[in-house]
Ligand binder design. Structure first.
Ligand code: GLY
Ligand code: MN
Ligand code: MN
Length: 452
């Protein structure tokens, strides 16, 4: 399959959805704006995921317009790309632009135009359309542009031009498409996860007491970029000792101390796809008794969740399976007291475990680390059931335990924060863990740290 045809196929699926829903229409999807970091420096540019999904085009300043023209019982799809024009002066400073002349051939798109023509061309394309598909309430800037185009079209009313009267959200359907990864996407995600796994191994093997969190972050980044990943998929968490109990901690400058744990939650983005891996390991290479006890519980919880990650189960079943193991473990270690919570079921029902486990076990993973797609079935019921897992969906499985110091908590467990996170592609019989290039068993972690 040639690369363009993947994007053409996706545009065709979206066009068919629009044709079936409203008998034709027009869809407008812009990529992400560039964002200033400070003064003359921009944040590294990252395209909009939906736009990229439909075009494969990574440059800023681009808009996709899909015109779905009814033709008997079927439709014609004419896609237009608006992009930055070739400009020698700007290209000397900022880099080469594809430009509208080369875009149709390079991207397999029917028409391409310079951005200068966007307003005029959109006014023409919107004329006599019934239905418009955009991201509703996306931003003030997007609303302003749409209002401007609509005003132009309405201004032609006396010439017999009709302005569209129906506005639909285009996101929901694209997000439903993105929830199911095709073979091309899964292949990239496998490679992204393999790179991230190597980065975790590199960090474990480099780790020595006396180093600082940012030293390990540097090792992660080295492996990501050295392996060709363009970026991190999210800010890396390298959390030493007490920091491991802060869920959204960033890699800081805390010293890695012998006897403490280090929790690393880090993943690269490769060719537009995220990976998301967490490992927790002892700074000096050997788990203490209490650390090992909580690690074993967390790993058993992950195993239970993995066993529940299969087609036909709901999105919540892996979480429920993990929760049961974690809560039983908390009772076994007397972190939750049976005399206070009454029973395992009661501890789960009342949420008593939340003090030590306060997040969900899974989220969708894809182009975005917390990827798009509805977590509920689209049924008519008010309380919609959780989504049924199906082949092609990708989720993380990431149970954890976080014990902060408190008077009623055994001091032996204070400041132990553990999370174990892997990436699972759901297949026909269960799931494939694509991030297991880095070991997860405590003995194996100790072994690679020793031999590193
Ligand atoms: N790294 C973000 C998460 O695990 O959800
Ligand atoms: Mn995650
Ligand atoms: Mn993570």
């Amino acid at each position: 399959m040639n690369k363009n045809s993947i994007y053409q196929q996706r545009r065709n699926v979206l066009a068919k959805y629009i044709f079936d829903k409203t008998g034709g229409g027009i869809a407008v999807i812009a990529t992400a704006p560039e964002v200033t970091r400070n003064r003359d420096s921009d944040f590294p540019y990252r395209h909009d995921s939906d736009f990229f999904y439909l075009t494969g085009f990574e440059e800023p300043g681009a808009t996709l317009v899909m015109n779905i023209i009814p033709k008997g019982k079927s439709f014609d799809l004419q896609s237009h790309l608006f992009c930055r024009p070739k400009d020698l002066e700007r290209e000397i400073w900022d880099g080469i632009r594809l430009g509208p002349e080369a875009a149709p051939e390079a991207l397999g798109i029917e028409f391409a135009h310079s951005n200068e023509h966007l307003d005029q061309k959109l006014s023409e394309l919107l004329a006599d359309q019934t239905a418009v598909y955009v991201r509703l309430a996306e931003s003030a800037e997007a609303d302003r542009r749409l209002r401007h185009w609509m005003k132009q079209v309405r201004g032609q009313a006396r010439s017999g031009v009709n302005a569209p009267g129906e506005f639909h959200d285009v996101d929901a359907f694209i997000h439903e498409m993105r929830l199911f990864k095709d073979a091309h996407e899964i292949e990239i995600m496998r490679r992204a996860a393999a790179i991230s796994a190597r980065a975790h191994i590199r960090a474990m093997q480099t780790c020595k007491p006396g180093m600082r969190e940012y030293h390990l972050e540097a090792e992660l980044l080295h492996e990501f970029r050295h392996s060709g990943a363009q970026s991190v998929a999210y800010n890396s968490i390298v959390a030493a000792g007490p920091n491991s109990c802060i869920l959204h901690y960033r890699a800081g400058s805390t010293e890695l101390r012998s006897g403490d744990l280090c929790l690393i939650d880090a993943g690269c983005e490769l060719d537009g796809y995220a990976s998301d891996i967490t490992r927790t390991f002892p700074v000096n290479g050997k788990f203490t008794g209490p650390q090992r006890a909580l690690y074993d519980i967390t790993l058993a919880a992950q195993e239970a969740a993995i066993a529940a990650t299969r087609p036909g189960n709901t999105f919540m079943e892996p979480h429920d399976a993990a929760l049961k193991v974690l809560t039983q473990g908390l009772l076994d270690e007397n972190l939750l007291k049976l005399s206070e919570v009454g029973s395992l079921d009661n501890a789960i029902e009342t949420g008593a475990y939340r003090r030590f486990y306060m997040h969900r076990t899974s989220h969708w993973l894809g182009m975005d680390v917390h990827d798009v797609g509805s977590y509920r079935e689209s049924t008519a019921e008010k309380e919609k059931p959780w989504r049924t897992l199906q082949s092609g969906m990708v989720i993380t499985i990431e149970p954890g335990l976080y014990v902060r110091p408190a008077d009623d908590v055994n001091e032996a467990f204070w400041n132990i924060g553990i999370r174990i996170e892997d990436d699972a592609v759901i297949n026909n019989s269960g799931c494939e863990l694509i991030s297991r290039g880095v070991p997860v068993k405590p003995d194996e972690i100790e072994a690679i740290m020793k031999n590193g």
